[in-house]
Design a protein around this ligand. Structure first.
Ligand code: SF4
Length: 482
């Protein structure tokens, strides 16, 4: 425990708070990101909730992360135990973090099942992209789940909770009922009808704290758009977040201007960075103010010399592009409407603008993919390599298995056999390694478990709890056996 406290103290000392806290200990919220600090602090949803609650003046919000299963569950800010907080909010962007939720609750001596937590506190509320895609696996666990964009709804929920105008969770639910996106856990009532809140905020969300202890070390992240104007068949973004929203570039620049003296690196986040019609203005502001810019992966069809030069000037070193497949027909089928020739031309433009490192995202196991499509992929990547010509270029392929998920056009497809995925990866690896690509395959057991959870019903929680400390392969077997 002494070690945890010491570590928390060190983390806090290295943080820079970017807003004024007005806290009141009469309403205490635990904010849990069920993964480590490095990952959790790269999540803008967490920053948004933390700032919102700690700026209200009538509540206190403290963070919890999951470092390992043996650790006591203490808040980062004051080392208080999780079970001392009246309300616990969970931010879930990744299905495998559900396992950590269970471990955290066990470690914190909080009953896992909502129907056995008969006392009023703690109230457990979940939210985030993974739950929005499918809340069912945690319906027996959480008291309430929020689906979709909570930006405009969270204050209302907190107002009602802080009013303490209820004596039971059922009474609290009666007060909360009707807030779009909020659904009850199974303990309160069972429903199969979920409506996602896709109401967009007016303003972008951004870091409320800077820290050197993340992958993105002191990078100031700001959202420049929400949802996506495209609708690729494997992707849920535009179906769960509704119509694509671009945040006003003047607002983005005003925020960057406010913090420019405290920051050196900016991360522009959006599922569709280049679709922002004023992206050039934002990049130019960053360049003028010596702010290095990083972006989420980019749509290749919208790249042009002007944008590439600005990205390069703003300090971008790696160009990350989601190609999905080297097979042209399969790529088009996915919804990525750019040809092999177009890819080669655009990458050539990027090389001319000074880019040397390229990272391409590829999916294996897509519907309609056979060995022929893998051979076509190999042919394409070899052609790309030879047409670019320069030996000094770094070409990386980040390869992941196709995970069918709800709210996508391919939601009824199956996860491929792991042996098939491995075989196809080996085919790519053998041929492309020798022409200078570096290839990395995502962990297949993690992906399969992610698939099972993302598509699971509320009964799935039982086999997961039964096998919680076992390897993923065992959990997969348990889950498949129900
Ligand atoms: S894969 Fe990318 S471009 Fe396609 S819908 Fe999803 S976010 Fe948009």
């Amino acid at each position: 425990m002494w070690k945890i406290r010491k570590n928390h103290q060190k983390i806090i000392q290295n943080e820079t708070l970017l807003f004024d806290r007005f806290i009141d200990y009469s309403n205490n919220y635990g904010l849990v990101y069920p993964n480590n600090y490095k990952i959790g602090m790269s999540n803008l949803g967490l920053h948004f909730i933390y700032k919102l609650i700690n700026s209200r003046g009538d509540a206190n919000c403290e963070r919890f992360f999951y470092e390992d299963s043996s650790t006591e569950v203490l808040s980062l800010e004051s080392n208080r135990y999780l079970n001392e907080f009246e309300v616990i909010l969970f931010s879930l962007t990744y299905e495998l973090d559900y396992l950590n939720v269970i471990k955290l609750l066990k470690n914190a001596n909080i009953e896992i099942f909502g129907n056995k937590r008969t006392q009023l506190f703690p109230i457990l509320i979940g939210g985030g992209a993974a739950l929005t895609i499918n809340p069912s696996p945690l319906l027996k666990l959480f008291d309430f789940i929020f689906l979709g964009n909570a930006d405009k709804k969270l204050n209302k929920i907190i107002d009602i909770i802080n009013k303490k105008d209820y004596e039971t969770k059922i009474e609290l639910w009666n007060n909360l009922k009707g807030i779009p996106g909020l659904i009850p856990g199974e303990f309160i009532s069972k429903t199969n009808y979920y409506k996602i809140c896709n109401e967009k905020p007016e303003d972008p969300i951004y870091n409320s704290i800077l820290t050197p202890n993340t992958e993105l070390k002191n990078m100031f992240l700001i959202e420049i758009g929400r949802s996506c104007p495209h609708n690729c068949k494997f992707c849920s973004v535009s179906n769960i977040y509704g119509k694509y929203k671009i945040f006003d570039s003047e607002k983005i620049i005003a925020i960057l201007n406010q913090y420019k003296n405290k920051i050196k690196k900016v991360g522009l986040l959006s599922s569709a960075v280049l679709e922002h019609k004023n992206i050039k203005d934002v990049l130019e502001f960053c360049i003028e103010n010596n702010l290095t810019v990083n972006t989420s992966s980019l749509r290749l069809d919208l790249l042009n010399s002007e944008i590439l030069n600005l990205l390069k000037e703003a300090g971008n070193k790696t160009l990350t592009i989601a190609l999905e497949s080297g097979d042209e027909k399969l790529r088009l089928k996915c919804g990525k409407s750019f040809s092999n020739d177009e890819i080669i031309n655009k990458i050539q433009l990027a090389v001319n603008s000074g880019f040397h490192i390229f990272k391409f995202y590829i999916i294996i196991g897509l519907p309609g993919e056979g060995e022929e499509e893998i051979f076509n992929s190999i042919k394409f990547f070899k052609r790309l390599r030879s047409e670019l010509g320069r030996v000094s270029l770094k070409l990386k392929l980040s390869i992941n298995p196709f995970i069918p998920k709800p709210h996508t056009k391919w939601e009824n497809k199956m996860f491929s056999d792991r042996k098939i995925i491995k075989k196809r990866f080996r085919m790519l690896y053998k041929e492309l390694k020798k022409v200078g690509y570096s290839l990395k395959l995502g962990k297949l057991e993690e992906s399969e478990l992610q698939y099972l959870i993302a598509n699971g019903n509320s009964e799935i929680i039982y086999p997961i709890i039964n096998s919680i400390n076992k390897p993923y392969s065992d959990i997969i077997q348990e889950v498949k056996s129900i």
